[in-house]
Design a protein around this ligand. Structure first.
Ligand code: HEM
Length: 430
């Protein structure tokens, strides 16, 4: 890890021995070992959330899926079913600690990820129309075209023969795709890249400057687009909002756009960079893929399992006392689902540490929790998988001799809890 986290949240680390805090540097630096050890201690453990509030850590595959399917758990910490004063809920405390002004908090609380049925169902239905399997398949030629164009230009970015793939391929591909889909003008896209990085940094200074700017920018975009609606997602959401059926509030519309653009690239970029690094350090597996491109969909499943970028979910809250694998979770308790330990659970996988692109049988649904599970299962999973397939397929077709330009142990990762992301991926094109 090259940089210490600048977040004030790190101040709580170590306050409660025996109750791991997700901000602990060891867990951030090597979540595979850290959460793997916790998984072997038990399926449900006491831990601490970023703001130091108590949380149950759920570490094993079956139990993680069980909670994500269980409707006794909710996502909204202010849910009437919980009877928790807003000032006590971890999300409010987190926003306070990060210095997020009061009038902007609604935009985080109004996220689809913090909603429960029936509001969650209403929002999800509105937006999932844009992400049907058919729509995503129709997008494929355009995704391929964008990937081809970016790859053709890689040599222009080489310095001493070295290109940073994070900067010049892994980010621009999903940013371009999601911005075209939503309808974000080309000139604004570099700005979104910066905002996205600021938002995930958990650094109050960066967040405090970027978040208001981002919200204002979306309002502005909506005002402009209203005068000239098109067939993009932004226009569709504006139409839904304006037709006065009460189906989409102002805050919900802005938050949805924000969520889609950020979730649409901040994650996929790291599937592409983590996956490329994994393939370059496993030449036998890469050879299999080069010899048989039909392996790509299964390879993406395995790369999502083995080095997926999202390593834990949002918190869930118990609306009633629940017995989980012998542990009593009390009403109101917060639960954190640890996807990274679930994805390496030896109770579920044979030889889980091994990267095996043939692990997932052809034509079968994915067998990992890297995109979550249940009602909040990633809305963009089909798109992300397609982008992964196109990215890996095209990258190694254009540059069959691609190689890492630094030793694998020198690859630097961002020190962020729950996120597995490379700061840079220096490669030689061959
Ligand atoms: C939800 C991961 C790409 C939009 C989620 C969740 C995970 C996840 C784990 C569930 C979180 C929870 O239950 O607390 C990923 C990964 C991606 C990816 C690893 C890329 C490799 C995308 C893309 C989009 C997107 C491309 C948008 C086009 C969303 C949305 C939700 C979500 C809107 C919330 C769904 C809901 O609450 O019903 N994602 N995601 N994601 N994702 Fe993704």
């Amino acid at each position: 890890m090259s940089e210490a986290t600048t977040s004030p949240l790190a101040a709580h680390v170590g306050k409660h021995p025996g109750e791991p805090n997700v901000m602990e540097p060891e867990l951030i630096a090597d979540p595979f070992t850290g959460y793997g050890a916790l998984r072997e201690q038990g399926p449900v453990l006491r831990g601490r959330f970023m703001d130091d509030s108590p949380v149950w850590l759920v570490t094993r595959f079956e139990e993680v899926r069980q909670v994500l399917r269980d409707q006794r758990f909710v996502n909204n910490p202010s849910s009437p079913a919980l009877d928790c004063p807003p000032e006590d809920n971890p999300l409010t405390r987190l926003m306070e600690m990060l210095g997020l002004p009061e009038h902007l908090r609604v935009y985080l609380l109004g996220s689809i990820l913090n909603y429960d049925a029936p509001d969650h169902t209403r929002l999800r239905r509105l937006v999932s129309r844009a992400f049907t399997a058919r729509k995503i398949t129709d997008l494929r030629p355009r995704v391929e075209q964008i990937a081809d164009a970016l790859l053709a230009r890689l040599p222009e970015h080489a310095e001493d023969g070295v290109v940073d793939l994070v900067r010049h391929f892994a980010y621009p591909l999903p940013i371009t795709v999601i911005c075209e889909l939503v309808g974000i003008p080309e000139a604004d896209r570099p700005q979104w890249r910066t905002w996205g990085a600021d938002l995930v940094s958990l650094d109050p200074k960066r967040l405090g400057a970027s978040f208001p700017a981002m919200i204002e920018h979306i309002h502005q975009l909506v005002r402009e687009r209203r005068g000239a609606l098109t067939d993009d997602l932004l226009s569709e959401l504006i139409r839904t909002h304006d037709d006065d059926g009460g189906r989409l509030s102002d805050v919900e519309m802005v938050t949805l756009i924000l969520t889609l653009v950020l979730a649409g690239h901040e994650t996929t970029a790291h599937l592409i960079s983590n996956g490329t690094a994994a393939l370059l350090t496993h030449p036998g597996q890469l050879r299999l893929l080069k010899d048989d491109p039909a392996l790509l969909p299964r390879a993406v499943h395995e790369l999502m399992r083995w080095c997926g970028p999202v390593q834990m979910t949002q918190l869930r809250y118990a609306t009633t006392d629940v017995d989980l694998a012998g542990t009593r979770i009390r009403r109101g308790d917060a639960v954190q689902l640890i996807l990274v330990s679930a994805n390496f659970d030896p109770r579920h996988y044979t030889d889980p540490d091994r990267l095996d692109l043939t692990r997932h049988p052809a034509g079968h649904a994915e067998n990992h929790v890297g995109f979550g599970h249940g009602a909040h299962y990633c809305l963009g999973a089909t798109l992300a998988k397609q982008e992964g397939e196109v990215a890996f397929g095209k990258l190694f077709a254009h540059y069959p001799d691609l190689s890492l330009a630094v030793a694998p142990e020198r690859l630097e990762r961002a020190p962020l809890p729950g996120n597995w992301r490379l700061n840079a991926l220096p490669v030689r094109l061959g």
